[in-house]
Write a protein that binds this ligand. Structure first.
Ligand code: FAD
Length: 509
């Protein structure tokens, strides 16, 4: 009698109830799959980080006495896809039962279900025991609503889980949201904490991955690898964040600065998405720091909202909307991604800084993703599906359940406004205010037209002129349209001409 239990690369949760007892009849399966390295072109650090963390996890399970079958990427017996590997392993072990934890990605969920429906042995999916919510909870919460506003969902989550809630069920500090306090510009002080993440040398593993024919982009940094590869390291990162960065997280959440890729962000998404960390313990740690008087309420609340609110809500959108969501393109944007998305080589300083940093570190913080790369893509009318594949590949934390609604919904308005109440776009003025990127840029942030004008400006006004019918009556855009109506026809023509030129010459910007 052998039971096989599949552990996917983003299910490295040592506290899962599976592991509470050691059973000689259970074999845990971890597989380095060619299929998972190639469904989009991934950043080198993403592939290396996941495989290194899987190897660490397998070693820990073995140490704890569990039976583990680990299939390496270069093993001769490794089949190209998940189900072919599972077939072979079922035969090998003469298994009479297979269990897997529910995958977070639709494509894997479907593949496993379809495959299992034809199996001759029982196959059962179990909870991954990670999220606050079940897949369909958000859909239930928003039943009958056309727009899904995160704020209401988040308030309900705060109450349900009694996080920053007073004894009479009110928000601590009398407010649900301290967003207005979270928009400070960073001008060199306070100093961001140093990057104290452990350094690993994974050159040998990286050579194996490359020799196995896996293709990737970005810098592997294999001999100086910085991402946490197990729960202990992820917890260390959490402690450091709470102690040193959380006090300033809220204030400088939206700030951007060249040379400071992380500022006060937590860098926890990789550890969270691989399930080394439990979102509940992360939320608890931030709430406890506030209760102990170690961080301001606005900082703790701003951070908790990201995890208890945004992360769960985004996942709810994903499960309620797949598989149709992935092909949405409500604004009919079609342009291919400019080549510099893969090199960072553009004269637009903000884009070269953010893309360059992403290629180097596999990381950009939220506002860099939303208001620099995403902003440009939406204004220029880039194909949202191509952009989705780019985001899914480049970031160390990118898994479709969280990346897709963020890209298509929040960033590109491709879902027609289910997620966002207005397009998240800005002209150069916002970028100049919130960052130092414009100071050494070859384009002029204050000019709208002319060859030296910042491309964001003409593209911004052209975007709203092009989509007038759709957005003119949106109350959140009333001010934008009031300004647009004050432009003379000559000015509008010049903007249109400049925007047209920019869109035809994206690769040369
Ligand atoms: P912090 O700024 O320190 O925030 C703390 C945590 O809150 C994060 O670790 C994350 O778990 C959670 N969080 C914050 N914002 C969001 C959000 N909008 N959605 C879900 N969780 C959130 N996040 C991913 O985890 N994977 C992705 O593939 C991903 N793709 C994105 C694509 C676009 C276009 C945009 C605009 C955002 C994307 N995000 C994604 C959300 C967010 O940018 C990252 O979670 C964050 O930058 C990770 O860095 P951090 O851990 O330092 O986060």
């Amino acid at each position: 009698m052998t039971e096989l239990r599949l552990i996917l690369g983003d299910q490295l949760n040592p506290r899962h109830s599976w592991f509470t007892e050691v059973r000689p009849d259970v074999v845990y399966l971890l597989l380095e799959l060619h299929q998972e390295t190639s469904y989009v072109l991934h950043h080198a650090q993403k592939i290396l980080g996941i495989f290194a963390a899987m190897r660490d996890f397998a070693a820990q399970l073995r140490q704890a006495g569990h039976r583990v079958r680990y299939v390496k990427i270069d093993e001769v017996s490794n089949r190209p896809d998940l189900c072919a590997n599972l077939d072979a392993l079922i035969t090998h072990y003469q298994a009479d039962r297979l269990l897997w934890q529910e995958p977070d990605e639709f494509r894997l969920d479907q593949a496993l279900r379809q495959w299992a429906s034809q199996l001759s042995i029982p196959a059962v999916a179990v909870d991954s025991e990670h999220f606050f919510t079940q897949r369909q909870d958000a859909a239930e919460f928003f039943k009958g609503k056309q727009q899904w506003r995160m704020e209401y969902f988040y308030r309900a989550m705060r109450k349900k889980h009694a996080v920053l809630i007073t004894a009479d069920n009110k928000p601590a500090g009398g407010q649900w949201n301290f967003d207005a306090d979270n928009r400070r510009v960073w001008k060199g002080q306070p100093l961001p904490a140093i990057d104290q993440r452990l350094r690993h040398d994974h050159s040998a593993l990286w050579r194996t991955i490359c020799d196995a024919g896996v293709t990737s982009f970005g810098e592997a940094c294999a001999d100086d690898f910085r991402w946490p590869l197990n729960r202990a390291e992820a917890l260390q990162q959490l402690d450091y964040f709470i102690e040193r960065q959380l006090p300033f997280f809220g204030d400088y959440q939206d700030a951007m600065h060249s040379g400071e890729p992380f500022l006060f962000h937590s860098l926890l998404s990789f550890g969270l998405n691989l399930k080394m960390l439990d979102p509940a313990e992360v939320v608890q740690a931030a709430a406890a720091a506030w209760h102990a008087g170690r961080v301001p309420l606005a900082a703790a609340e701003g951070f908790i909202r990201q995890i208890l609110g945004w992360r769960e809500y985004i996942r709810g959108i994903y499960w309620a909307s797949m598989p149709e969501y992935v092909s949405q393109n409500s604004l009919q944007h079609q342009l291919p991604l400019p080549l510099w998305f893969w090199s960072g080589q553009t004269r637009m300083r903000c884009l070269s800084a953010v893309i360059g940093q992403s290629l180097q570190t596999a990381y950009a913080h939220h506002i860099q993703r939303l208001m620099v790369t995403g902003n440009f893509a939406l204004l220029a009318g880039l194909d949202p599906q191509q952009l989705h594949e780019w985001y899914l590949g480049i970031y160390i934390d990118a898994f479709e359940w969280v990346e897709l609604p963020n890209t298509l919904g929040m960033s590109q308005f491709a879902d027609g406004g289910k997620l966002a109440s207005k397009p998240y776009v800005s002209s150069a003025a916002y970028l100049q205010r919130m960052s130092n990127y414009c100071s050494d840029c070859s384009y002029q942030p204050k000019q709208r037209t002319g060859e030296h004008a910042c491309p964001f400006n003409a593209l911004y006004w052209d975007f709203f002129a092009r989509h007038l019918e759709r957005f003119e009556h949106n109350p959140r855009l009333a001010f934008v349209y009031k300004q647009l109506k004050q432009f003379s026809q000559t000015e509008l023509d010049a903007i249109k001409e400049r925007a047209g030129y920019l869109k035809q010459n994206l690769n040369t910007l």
